[in-house]
Design a binder for this molecule. Structure first.
Ligand code: GDG
Length: 733
């Protein structure tokens, strides 16, 4: 990142001003994002990274106290009008996107004015960002508050390099459908302004791609979207934590002291612990129901356990949050009243945040961490708890509805809605042998240590920089505007030629109904003349089916390829062609490797025409769950046609696919042609263009749009004019 300055955009800046008895101090935040951004390697960079965010202080306070902020970053606060800030944050961000994206549809409170404020806030921030941008900068936008931002920045700075990361789930397209049309278009096209869109999990990524396809009609290919002449990649980057910070804190003097105090206070009891922001998504009520079920089902645990429940205030101006606080407090009171004794309360409840040493003491003193969100993008508490257990003790009970559940393979997974299941898992956790606890913690720690926050931020930025270098910004030049290059001349000089011609959009214009696009006589004539030359081999290479091609062109002395390469007609006979050059393995292997790390005990077997992911030696429940997930993921690697065989503890993948590129390559290698030409207009023709890159291989894209072709013509008429020029060439020179 030496020559690139990083501009981070997040809702909050990573600090707050606190004024007590007239004196103002600065409180630095220590959240995951701050740690991640600080862990990036800026050595050698000529300029400081910049952090842009909404100010929760006045301009006056900023001017007076900005000298207090640390100097690692240059900070740019954006001052929004109070009302806009309120409607943008509490309104559209937290009363529409947040509940909807966490599947709480009935909590969605859509108000037109809030959406207007959301757009205004995004506009104001895009203005601030684009004003400070320089050519080599890369912009990394964070989270659901700024989903419109990538497009707004792109409109002002078309060549910008922009990444976006969503920290919350991206829900199924069915949920996105609930939004008013203008909102979903705003959010989805907003994200498509980025070069790279990142999510915590594969599922969220797939949901995003499906939403783009269904709502905007924009297709994707292997997680790449071709939109408005740009290539946008979307992928999963599960956020990690600062592993050593949490792991090493075990021996920190304050933590040791706090832990001793806790152990002493609850010495006869096992401790179950949880901490979350006050949010309906975190499943605190379900957790309390499960505790009650546990106390009811297992009365022998009376006076033998303490559940320490820490709830951190959050978004208290929103009604749903205030209501939740009342509900939690009533439930705590009721359970303590019902199951407590004169000398014991089952729940110790704290409403307020705890300082870091105390949090770490709780992580390391407890016997069980009970984490039960109904939905959670990732959940860092689960990861921090595991990392903190330097003693390799403690059991993690984790909701399968968290992104973290994907990686925390040896946690006890639960469905938070099933109070009896949670109660039973609590019993298993409380009675688990120390050796088994250690085994489970060690497996999860390996993953957390390897894929920590530094790796997360680094791999996102690396991916973004790679995309920047491969992003094609220069459109291929028009043939007619290349005075020093004549395709007709190259054609005339050649003695053996292969002409690969797409049909629709290349030889004939698109019609409202596909069956109306029969070839006009002009096309038949020119193809006939070209094919009559001994030195020409003419192949129509189309997505159409065999019957149509036969009916329309079968009488000409040409060969044909149907269904994008699946069928080929040579010497008058159609045959099915599956060309497996194994290139699909490069796409599938990283997916399988990811599943191997997430499912300890599983492994990959490579065979000549298939890849197999075996999970027989993995924990049976985890292996099975992961195998379902893998199958869904593979099905979404469209349009790669993969045959996925769901075997006995093995998922095997074979390619059934071929594409125009593979056929074009095979045909071009069949004879030593000295002139190969491929002409086409759409995405499937890009496979031909990337396959034909030798000096005597010429590729021509018809119409506008980004392409891998070397040349371009404007329309079908220009293609026909070119082919007529060819057919007018009499003899090879
Ligand atoms: C969003 C997504 C995703 C909490 N209480 C105290 C305290 N914390 C710290 C924890 C942890 C963080 O706050 C909470 O992170 P989570 O991931 O659990 O949840 P969200 O705030 O909802 O975060 C989430 C995350 O973004 C990152 O992408 O994982 O899914 O919703 O770091 O340690 N820290 C201290 N005292 C507390 O009382 N010191």
């Amino acid at each position: 990142m030496k020559n690139n300055r990083l501009i981070i955009v997040s809702y909050r800046l990573p600090f707050a001003f606190e004024t007590t008895s007239g004196s103002t101090t600065l409180k630095a935040s220590s959240g995951g994002l701050v740690t991640a951004m600080k862990s990036l390697d800026f050595t050698g960079a000529s300029e400081k990274p910049v952090w842009v965010g909404c100010a929760d202080f006045s301009r006056r306070t900023w001017e007076k106290h900005k000298h207090l902020v640390n100097e690692d970053f240059e900070y740019v606060p954006v001052f929004l009008d109070r009302k806009i800030q309120q409607d943008f944050y509490n309104g559209f961000s937290n009363s529409v996107i947040w509940p909807l994206f966490h599947y709480f549809t009935t909590y969605v409170d859509y108000q037109e004015k809030d959406f207007v404020a959301y757009q205004k806030a995004n506009e104001a921030v895009s203005e601030a960002v684009s004003q400070l941008m320089k050519p080599q900068d890369i912009v990394w936008v964070h989270d659901y508050h700024f989903m419109g931002l990538p497009r707004l920045i792109r409109e002002k700075k078309p060549d910008a390099t922009i990444g976006f990361f969503l920290h919350i789930p991206f829900p199924s397209y069915e949920l996105i459908r609930i939004l008013p049309q203008k909102c979903k278009e705003y959010l989805l096209t907003g994200l498509l302004g980025a070069d790279l869109v990142g999510f915590h999990t594969n599922d969220y990524n797939i949901h995003f791609l499906q939403s783009v396809q269904i709502n905007l009609g924009v297709q994707h290919k292997i997680w790449k979207i071709n939109y408005q002449n740009r290539l946008i990649q979307s992928d999963s980057f599960p956020v990690g934590i600062n592993y050593s910070l949490y792991h090493d804190a075990y021996d920190n003097a304050d933590v040791v002291e706090e832990r001793a105090a806790l152990k002493n206070a609850y010495k006869d009891n096992k401790i179950i612990f949880s901490v979350d922001r006050l949010d309906y998504t975190k499943g605190v009520m379900q957790r309390l129901d499960a505790l009650e079920a546990f106390l009811r089902r297992y009365p022998e645990w009376t006076e033998r356990l303490t559940f320490i429940l820490v709830v951190v205030p959050s978004r208290d101006e929103i009604l749903k949050y205030g209501e939740r606080k009342v509900m939690i407090e009533q439930a705590v009171g009721r359970i303590n009243g019902k199951y407590g004794t004169l000398i014991w309360r089952p729940i110790v409840y704290r409403y307020g945040s705890v300082p870091f040493p105390q949090l770490l003491a709780l992580y390391t003193a407890c016997d069980v961490a009970l984490i039960t969100p109904i939905r959670d993008g990732m959940n860092l508490v689960a990861k921090e708890f595991v990392a903190a257990r330097k003693d390799h003790q403690g059991v993690l009970i984790l909701s399968e509805m968290t992104g973290a559940a994907n990686e925390m393979s040896t946690a006890l997974h639960i469905n938070p809605m099933d109070e009896n299941e949670v109660a039973d898992k609590m019993k298993i956790a409380l009675e688990m042998e120390p050796e088994e606890q250690a085994r489970r913690i060690a497996i999860m720690q390996r993953r957390l240590k390897e894929y920590d926050v530094k790796k997360w931020a680094g791999s996102f930025v690396d991916c973004l920089l790679n995309l920047q270098s491969s992003q094609q910004t220069e459109p291929a030049p028009l043939l007619k505007s290349q005075p020093n290059f004549s395709l007709q001349e190259r054609y005339a000089q050649a003695r053996s030629r292969l002409l690969l011609l797409d049909y629709d959009g290349t030889l004939v214009n698109y019609k409202t109904k596909p069956e109306l696009a029969a070839p006009p006589i002009e096309v038949i004539n020119v193809l006939g003349r070209l094919a009559s030359r001994r030195e020409n081999y003419v192949v129509i290479i189309s997505g159409r089916d065999q019957q149509t091609l036969d009916e329309w062109l079968g009488f000409l002395p040409i060969d044909m390829v149907a269904e994008h390469g699946s069928y080929i007609k040579q010497q008058g006979l159609w045959r099915r062609d599956i060309l497996d050059d194994g290139s699909w393995k490069q796409i599938v292997s990283p997916v399988l490797i990811d599943f191997v790390t997430r499912c300890p005990g599983s492994f990959i077997e490579e065979k000549s025409h298939s890849l197999a992911w075996h999970y027989r030696s993995a924990e049976s429940e985890t292996g099975f769950v992961r195998s379902r997930e893998l199958i869904t993921t593979l099905e979404n690697l469209l349009p790669y046609q993969l045959r996925v065989i769901d075997g006995n503890c093995v998922v095997e993948i074979k390619s059934t696919e071929t594409d125009k590129g593979k056929v074009a390559k095979q045909l071009s290698l069949a004879r030593p042609y000295d002139f190969v030409l491929a002409i086409g207009d759409d995405r499937t023709d890009e496979d031909m263009f990337t396959a034909l890159t030798l000096e005597n291989q010429y590729t021509v894209k018809v119409g506008p749009g980004s392409t891998h072709a070397a040349h371009r013509v404007e329309n079908v008429q220009e293609v026909l004019a070119l082919l007529k020029d060819f057919s007018a060439v009499n003899m090879p020179l």
